[in-house]
Design a protein around this ligand. Structure first.
Ligand code: C2E
Ligand code: MG
Ligand code: MG
Ligand code: MG
Length: 281
């Protein structure tokens, strides 16, 4: 009996839960300090044609925590979206990615993720314009990745923001396609430059008939609407073969390359250093 009571107590007063909540709170304080302390990093993952030619990179944020090491975005982005810190993070990532891409020897595409919170913030288009002019990055090289979520609540406002972004000549991709609600209608109401098939559908596309059906349908949809489609999360040759057979023209995933710091792409950066030196003298 006593044992049963003890178990019930453990259920109501789970010390681990309290611990987790405290941990989350302290992580958020760490992040507030970590941004000005320059603890954020941008990693770059290649985007390639189905033939294997790299045409750009997606910027993916990491947090080099002084105690916990390198943290992935899922450990801090959603909290940052709730407490508003995402605005600062997103601005830092955009500025950093544009600044670095502007130095690349090859004028490849740079893709940057945009949080719905950042997107709805009225200042974003002005901020973007200032980043483009301060970094000198050609706007045609920048693609902003947004999820369907931004279009759900206030569609007409979202559309007017999207049109402002397009008027700055940047591209806009729909990220994680298929995981949200409003996929089809949003594709009709706004001319997206790209559809990114979520990696949950791509994983196992070669062996899972449901995934295969969905991916096939999205590729057909993109072809029909004349919107290029990229498959994210391609990990195996066999997934790649499937995508190629079905007419998918672009891929992203561990098979092509993992996200890495910019210094790992020696071709891009060495050449950029030469260019920098040339600019200085
Ligand atoms: P996302 O934009 O859909 O980015 C793709 C994610 O899939 C990345 O995870 C990438 O590392 C991962 N990935 C790519 N290829 C493969 C693969 O072959 N296998 C597996 N297992 N994973 C693969 P990551 O870097 O952890 O980012 C997760 C999410 O965090 C991103 O999903 C994006 O929604 C968000 N995120 C990342 N950076 C930023 C940012 O700067 N701002 C905002 N707002 N969100 C960001
Ligand atoms: Mg993305
Ligand atoms: Mg994605
Ligand atoms: Mg995704």
């Amino acid at each position: 009996r006593a044992k049963a009571d003890g178990r019930r107590m453990a259920c109501y007063f789970d010390p681990r839960m309290d611990h987790r909540a405290r941990e989350r709170y302290s992580l958020q304080l760490d992040l507030r300090a970590g941004i000005p302390n320059e603890e954020l990093r941008v990693y770059y993952q290649p985007l390639a044609t189905i033939e294997g030619e790299v045409f750009g990179f997606e910027a993916l944020v990491r947090w080099q925590h002084p105690k916990y090491g390198l943290l992935a975005p899922e450990t801090f982005i959603s909290t940052a979206e709730q407490n508003g810190l995402i605005i600062e993070i997103g601005e830092w990532v955009l500025r950093q990615a544009c600044r670095e891409a502007a130095l690349w020897a090859n004028p490849l595409q740079i893709s940057v993720n945009l949080s719905p919170v950042q997107f709805r913030n009225g200042d974003f288009p002005d901020f973007l314009q200032s980043v483009l002019s301060n970094t000198g990055l050609a706007p045609q090289r920048l693609e902003l990745e947004i999820t369907e979520g931004v279009l759900i609540n206030d569609t007409s406002r979202a559309l007017s923001i999207l049109r402002r972004l397009k008027s700055l000549k940047v591209k806009v991709a729909m990220d994680d396609f298929g995981t949200g609600f409003s996929s089809l209608s949003s594709l009709q109401s706004f001319p997206f430059d790209k559809i990114k098939i979520d990696r949950s559908f791509v994983a196992g596309v070669d062996s899972n008939p449901q995934s295969a059906a969905i991916v096939r349908a999205v590729i057909a949809l993109g072809n029909g609407l004349d919107i290029p489609v990229i498959a994210e999360g391609v990990e195996t040759e066999s997934e790649h073969d499937f995508l190629k057979r079905e007419g998918c023209r672009e891929v992203q995933g561990y098979l092509i390359g993992r996200p890495k710091p910019i210094a790992s792409y020696s071709g891009l950066t060495q050449a950029a250093h030469v260019l920098n030196a040339a600019n200085v003298h």
